[in-house]
Design a protein around this ligand. Structure first.
Ligand SMILES: [Zn+2]
Length: 178
């Protein structure tokens, strides 16, 4: 697994920059009497989301590499950290790690309002490029009217499933190329 894709880290950074500290300029030197205003509220939802994402990667890493210890760096560095500590694992386990990282990248993008990330993946069911994000359901659905379940409803996919497919597809492209 050579060139590590750092899209997920970039998206996390964006999320942090744009949504956690909106226009944070700092309150000056703190000596002035302007403290009557509470500091701009952090976006707690996003803060929690980032914390949960880091925790998930950390836990997942330690499950297969206990010697990794605790992760203490900046949130966006957790992906590099995870890859470093699991680089010795067999390819299948590394693929699971990459799918997790990729899924988080999709989640970060969607949290930042970019639901188009979903449309850039073929439907895992029919292979067509016609998936959309259903914000209420929190899953992607296929618009191909022939791609339906037994009840005749559009087939839906979780981000985890889309991520798995994506990683598997990259892997097979890579093996074809060699
Ligand atoms: Zn489909």
């Amino acid at each position: 697994m050579g060139q590590a894709d750092d899209t997920t880290a970039q998206r996390l950074r964006l999320l942090q920059r744009e949504f956690v500290q909106p226009g944070s300029r700092g309150p000056g030197d703190g000596r002035t009497a302007t403290q009557v205003h509470a500091p701009a509220p952090l976006n707690i939802g996003i803060v929690d989301r980032i914390r949960a994402a880091v925790y998930e990667v950390e836990t997942h890493t330690r499950a297969s590499a206990p010697e990794a210890g605790r992760f203490t760096g900046e949130a966006e560095r957790v992906y590099d950290w995870a890859r470093q500590h699991t680089a010795h694992l067999e390819p299948e386990r590394q693929a699971v790690r990459e799918a997790l990282i990729y899924r988080q990248g999709l989640e970060h993008a969607i949290a930042a309002g970019d639901t188009d990330v979903v449309t850039r993946h073929p439907c895992p069911g029919c292979g067509c490029w016609g998936m959309y994000w259903d914000r209420n359901e929190g899953e992607a659905f296929c618009v191909n009217r022939y791609c339906v379940d037994d009840a005749g409803l559009s087939r839906t996919w979780s981000l985890a499933h889309i991520a798995q497919q994506h990683v598997a597809r990259l892997k097979s492209l890579k093996s074809q190329a060699t």
